[in-house]
Write a new protein. Sequence first.
Length: 212
Amino acid sequence: MDASLKSRTDWKISDGLVSYPEALSLMEDRAARIADGRAREMVWLLEHPPIYTAGTSANEADLIDARFPVYRTGRGGQFTYHGPGQRVGYVMLNLKDRKPDVRAFVHDLEQWLIETLAEFNVKGERREGRVGIWVARGAREDKIAALGVRIRRWVTFHGVALNVEPDLSHFSGIVPCGVRQHGVTSLADLGIPATMADVDVALKRSFARIFG
């Protein structure tokens, strides 16, 4: 690979709402070119219009009300909601050049979210047997961020979704990630008036610490 392609990770931030098919097409193309050594790694920050996506282990019973378009994806995980006010981060990294360890990569994605939330004084936590990042709220726990990845030829795609200020009622059409006994939250719901630009700065800063 050309040394210049290994020198850094490109960042792309999209204004407006990006359709899911458009995002998937760009991700697939970029991941293939990264694997071929023809493109640098990329992190893409964006928002989708309201949609539900189903991962490879999705249970159809968890789709309660298909009020928004439903997309079947090749990522891991179950049903997830995406929509305005949620920062989606699609991560296209070459694990062959980094560390070819899928479990370690997922752990690093979780840590990326945890450290990003810490910049807003929010304690995000992992939970055994549950995917995503959780916030303890007294006697209950709510999910504030989701993740689901796919890896092809050791290049990652799909990624994470952090709830900044989405319409939380939109999550009621699914059982998020198959977890019925817990709710969802966002920075706004926690009383934190963060803008999407604020979150992007925090994501970039914490990414640099974890992924270099």
